[in-house]
Ligand binder design. Structure first.
Ligand SMILES: Cc1cc2nc3c(=O)[nH]c(=O)nc-3n(C[C@H](O)[C@H](O)[C@H](O)COP(=O)(O)OP(=O)(O)OC[C@H]3O[C@@H](n4cnc5c(N)ncnc54)[C@H](O)[C@@H]3O)c2cc1C
Length: 386
């Protein structure tokens, strides 16, 4: 296969690179997958759980990964969001007339099952990682899915303006005393944001994925604690945020390692050029408060494959790396990505401000949105289809 060249070379080792490789192979293209050798045996299992939206799940269904992944996933039927001064917002699947609002997915299982599916994918060859921006094989298109620290993006001279939030996302798996009933909870505690995502492992119906976004110094402190002290601080934070909810959840105990990720907002100044394109975190990074980073990346995959398929049908004379085709992809993805980045960034700044009038206003705003059915419906619609 290498002698004749490939249609696409996909560079990257995460969920976006693997989904793209599978999707291109299913469309009949010959794909060289340039992954890093460490990808097959990560030093530590990823303790994160991802909230994935309907569009992401539909893509994973088409890639035939979802039937196996569903066993490592839990549906969200209700979402309760609380402000720091009485403001509250809730969404439910039945109100929105959908089966579930999102699925909480085991991050490590997602990557493992995508990797297993790739072992059986036709027309896919694993090739060595790129040297500079040079693909190790001849391919019409280079798809760069190398995550936020992409070296190839830098080699191509693409700017990735990064605004460091000075916050870290602290994540772990939790066991609860009482069943979660498919309810996801999030508290804007100013300055931290605490989210409990209902999950079915290790305890069926009584586990959570934790994402606790806290200032860097607090994260360093939390990461240095032993399990008992971490549990103490976490249960105390839940109790302070919402005594009623703390009663419904019961005591939370840690069920995995605790890990942290620095959080930032970033967007590439160019998403494509002649023969190359960016996808996933290599193109954009958002705060995880809305659980949208990977959803955006999987929507990039879906859109790129659709644009390439349409070009093959309507303009078969164009090569896969044709700039006009790739510009269509960039145009379709840049606007929704900027909108989501703006929404998460705006919420973060709104809740970062400790001044009294703003605190009252944001909490009143939440309660107002709660009462405005069409606005709530619109917000859920955007989140389901990043
Ligand atoms: C705490 C936290 C919680 C989150 N929760 C959610 C959530 O609930 N929902 C959601 O949608 N998103 C969530 N996200 C965001 C999500 O983790 C990312 O958006 C997603 O992992 C991006 O996937 P990716 O494949 O683009 O990049 P990555 O996951 O970073 O994968 C890129 C991979 O490519 C490798 N690589 C780099 N250079 C090369 C090279 N030259 N050759 C080969 N490989 C290379 C990297 O080492 C890496 O393994 C969360 C993020 C954090 C930090």
């Amino acid at each position: 296969m290498s002698a004749t060249g490939f249609d696409v070379c996909v560079s990257g080792s995460g969920a976006v690179a693997m989904s793209l490789t599978l999707a291109l192979s299913a469309e009949g293209w010959r794909v060289a997958w340039a992954r890093s050798p460490e990808a097959t045996s990560p030093a530590k299992a990823d303790v994160r759980t991802y909230a994935l939206n309907a569009r992401a799940i539909t893509l994973l269904e088409r890639l035939r990964v979802w039937p196996a992944l569903k066993a490592f996933s839990s549906p969200v039927f209700e979402m309760k969001i609380c402000g720091d001064g009485g403001g509250a917002l809730s969404f439910s699947a039945w109100q929105q007339q959908v089966t579930e609002l999102a699925w909480i997915v085991d991050a490590a299982a997602l990557e493992r099952l995508l990797g297993e599916a790739l072992r059986f994918a036709p027309r896919v060859e694993i090739v060595p990682p790129l040297q500079g921006a040079q693909a190790p094989v001849k391919a019409a298109l280079l798809a760069i899915c190398e995550g936020k620290h992409s070296g190839t993006r830098a080699d191509l001279g693409v700017e990735f303006a990064r605004q460091d939030y000075g916050h870290w996302g602290v994540a772990t798996r939790l066991k609860a005393e009482r069943p979660h009933n498919g309810v996801a909870r999030q508290w804007f505690r100013s300055p931290d944001i605490l989210a409990l995502l209902p999950f079915n492992q290790p305890d069926p119906d009584a586990s959570y994925g934790l994402v606790w976004s806290v200032p860097k110094e607090r994260a360093e402190h939390l990461l240095s604690l032993n399990t008992a002290d971490f549990e103490l601080e976490l249960n105390d934070a839940v109790l302070q945020s919402a005594p009623e909810a703390a009663e419904q959840i019961g005591h939370l105990s840690v069920a995995s390692e605790v890990a942290g990720w620095p959080l930032a907002l970033a967007q590439a100044d160019r998403w494509m050029g002649p023969g190359w394109v960016l996808l996933g975190d290599a193109a954009h990074q958002v705060h995880p408060l809305a659980g949208q980073g990977l959803n955006l990346g999987l929507a990039d995959v879906d859109t790129l494959v659709t644009v390439l398929r349409e070009a093959r049908q309507r303009e078969p004379w164009r090569t896969l790396g044709d700039e006009r085709t790739l510009r269509r992809y960039a145009r379709r993805r840049e606007t929704p990505t900027r909108a989501m980045a703006g929404l998460t960034d705006g919420l973060l700044h709104l809740f970062a401000d400790q001044r009294g009038p703003l605190k009252d206003l944001r909490n009143a705003g939440m309660t107002l949105v709660e009462r405005l059915g069409p606005v709530k419906h619109w917000l859920v619609g955007r989140a389901l289809d990043a």
